[in-house]
Write a protein that binds this ligand. Structure first.
Ligand SMILES: Nc1ncnc2c1ncn2[C@@H]1O[C@H](COP(=O)(O)OP(=O)(O)OP(=O)(O)O)[C@@H](O)[C@H]1O
Ligand SMILES: [Mg+2]
Length: 390
């Protein structure tokens, strides 16, 4: 038990280290580094979409360098042939009537795969790719081979338009739109680019092997997300009502990303803020990235705002309570009037709390709200007794 706790602590500590190693040589690419790490933590695939020269390839290559795992990188074109990715046919075997590929150092043997211009994938390679990504199986003619693929990373300048590519796109649980840096980061960009130009990329200070990555990723399964489940369901239906459809595969896997996001924030309990990770899961079209971000931050802010407001109310109720207790029992018109005023204020505060509770499914808000309502009722009771002269 104790050693497990220590291990958990140690594995948790690796995550911020990886994050900073990954983003270190780049300006303003923390979010992109997070997406890559979320993919690694969940053993899922991620695609970075954005205009040329935004460090998409450089980031993914650096991630591969952080892992001492078998990597395969390739730039796809419309004409890429299966042999280029999956290995050439074994001629000797073919002479004996066997259809076998020599997969040595090719994609089927890789644990980390980076396919640049991923949506250039043609139908000759598409089906094989789909099965490798989803089932982690490689169909080599007649035989089925289990592959060691951990995560496949893709980069592209645009989201795929061809419906034939939908199945491929759907397999990227994590998607991120990489925007060019804003003007206030250009000065840093010059400095960082110059450093890369002169010294190349710094050697990572840590590298993870597969066994360690397995252990780190196991942390995701330890996350408790009961508190955010109903909120997640509510967000799903809200997004659906805004025509942001999430395929069932992605809905089912969203929880994993949310849990990984908690881990990324050094927590073993998912919080509402982890639902923000949905911004990497929900978007489909380019416009969706911004839209989903706005919708989520609005929706999640509400809960935060409510929780803060409830805390403020709780504090002021305590003050009112002390004030009431210290109130003299003298029956004057003034005091009676003052008590009545406070009584009415408290009643309307209670209405406000009850309406907050009606508006959200958030369990934290319900718990806090119930507590506050009980406190208000307590103070109301005291005021009544005061007014009755007791
Ligand atoms: N934010 C950044 N910080 C530091 N260097 C950067 C940044 N953005 C771009 N660069 C520099 O620009 C180079 C180009 O990046 P990279 O080739 O990874 O772009 P890309 O997004 O993959 O482009 P393409 O879509 O054309 O493949 C990087 O190797 C790096 O030197
Ligand atoms: Mg590139």
């Amino acid at each position: 038990m104790d050693s497990m706790m220590i291990d958990t602590e140690n594995y948790l500590k690796l995550i911020p280290q990886m994050l900073s190693e990954l983003s270190k040589p780049f300006v303003g690419r923390e979010e992109e580094s997070k997406v890559i790490l979320l993919a690694l933590l969940t053993k899922e695939h991620a695609v970075l979409i954005g205009e040329p020269g935004t460090a998409k390839s450089a980031l993914i290559r650096r991630a591969a360098n952080l892992l001492s795992m078998k990597c395969f990188t390739y730039l796809l074109t419309k004409y890429t042939e299966p042999a280029e990715l999956f290995g050439p046919l074994d001629i000797n075997a073919l002479k004996e009537g066997r259809y076998v590929r020599i997969t040595l150092r090719k994609l089927p043997e890789a644990e980390i795969v980076f396919l640049d211009e991923i949506f250039k994938a043609n139908s000759a390679i598409l089906n094989t790719l789909l099965t490798i990504m989803n089932e982690r199986l490689f169909y080599d003619g007649y035989t089925e081979i289990k592959v060691m693929l951990w995560s496949l990373f893709g980069a592209s300048n645009e989201v795929p338009q061809d419906p034939e590519l939908e199945a491929l796109y759907d397999r990227f649980l994590l998607r991120h739109y990489v925007k060019p840096l804003p003007e206030d980061m250009w000065r840093d960009l010059l400095k960082y680019s110059w450093d890369i130009e002169r010294y190349g990329y710094p050697q990572p200070e840590i590298t993870l092997d597969r066994a360690t990555l397995e252990n780190v990723s196991r942390l995701v399964h330890m996350v408790n997300f009961e508190t955010i489940k109903s909120k997640l369901l509510k967000i799903f239906s809200m997004l659906e009502s805004k025509n942001l459809h999430i395929t069932d595969r992605r809905k089912g896997k969203a929880l994993k990303v949310i849990a990984a996001h908690a881990i990324l924030n050094n927590r073993l309990t998912a919080d509402e803020e982890d639902l923000m990770a949905l911004k990497f899961v929900v978007p489909h079209d380019i416009d969706d990235f911004e839209r989903v971000y706005i919708i989520l931050s609005e929706e999640l802010k509400t809960s935060y705002r409510y929780l803060r407001e409830l805390e403020e109310i709780a504090t002021s109720i305590k003050e009112v309570n002390n004030y009431i207790v210290s109130f003299p029992n003298i029956n004057s018109r003034f005091i009676e009037y003052r008590l009545l005023e406070i009584y009415r204020d408290l009643e309307s505060t209670r209405d406000r709390v009850l309406s907050m509770m009606r508006e959200t499914n958030d369990e934290k808000i319900h718990k806090k709200g119930t507590e506050v309502v009980e406190n208000i009722n307590g103070v109301l009771e005291k005021i009544k007794r005061k007014m009755e002269g007791k």
